[in-house]
Design a protein around this ligand. Sequence first.
Ligand SMILES: *Cc1c(COP(=O)(O)O)cnc(C)c1O
Length: 402
Amino acid sequence: MEHITQAIHTDIADADDMHAEYLALTSAYDFDSAEEASARFSGKQPGNVYSRFTNPSVEMFERRLAAMEGGESAVGVASGMAAYLAIAMTFLKQGDHVLLASGIFGTTTHLFRQYFGQFGITATSVQVDNMEAWETEFRPNTKLIVVESPTNPMMKVADFSALSRLARRHDALLVADNTLLSPIFQKPLELGADIVLHSAGKWMDGQGRCVGGALVGSHALMQPLKAYLRSSGVCMSPFNAWVFSKGLETLEARLNWHQRGAEKIFNWLKSHEQIESIYCTYDPAHPNADVIKRQQSGHCPIITFKIKGNQKTAWQFINALKIVSRCTNIGDAKSMITHPASTTHCRYTDEEKQRHGLSDNLLRICVGLEDPFDIMDDMAQAFKLVGDVTASSNLQSECFSI
Ligand SMILES: *Cc1c(COP(=O)(O)O)cnc(C)c1O
């Protein structure tokens, strides 16, 4: 059975005759006897104990996601960042070293450098698509490789198979943040990753309502993570788990629709005269086009581009948009635009911004589910306005016609 079919038909174990899955909105559970309570607490008998670490709605989400990623087991947690926290607390100790892909989600870098650094864990950033650098930076105490592919917003791609061979050789764990592509377009476990990580509030929710995170992998790796969850309390809310479970049912349908719209917008945008450069995995001229072909079955509907001009031009463009939301999130039915240098990546130093290509005229659009031609029209009127404002540069844009 296909993974998606299996996921859609995964229900709460002893569900009643409701067709839609019920929401297990409960913190605690009623035991039949003192003996049963004791047996469940000690783990001698399976069953729910307390929703900090077991809840039927959360478990349904975990089983659905594990099926879709092709993993044995999954653990739902409070957020994507809580998933990183759980990994570090479970698998790292003082003196360990971590390799982080450069250009990874800014808060992830901050968490490792600032907070885990306080406990004697060191981290080095490595250019995501430079295998030689990964080899060189490996140390005897390197325990974890953390990669996100493609990276956001620059859409650089990591070669998971090559990285997994490297990790295996050194007995380190390869963690793949699969938030941007989801299991629909990429299955890192099949490519050799040990653990897949998700920020569930992006594509899984798909409509920007809930915050949540998840980890997927073998029983052997998920079991200690579950034990950590019991002691730490970074748990997923049952309500959020229910929303994500329903989101997983429509994930493939939605992502194909997002992708279709984004491809149209990319093809229009790439030759626009007010564009300096464009970054997107749809691009046949992408420097890692061969890896993309090998490991992705689709594309993340994020398009990053440099508008001709400077920060002022970029901000004018954002402010002129009428349909596209000014929002730094990704994975919503509504198209959103952001200026990474002054928002998501504002904690980067000027040198880091330059190294990662996060220039002042860089913009990122995450394409929603609207009619793509309406988004193009909206962008066309914003380009025209910006063109008129910067008339000295002689830029003229014709309005896009449907
Ligand atoms: C949003 C995001 C995170 C963080 O997840 P939260 O759920 O916001 O904590 C981690 N990785 C990637 C790629 C993200 O986009």
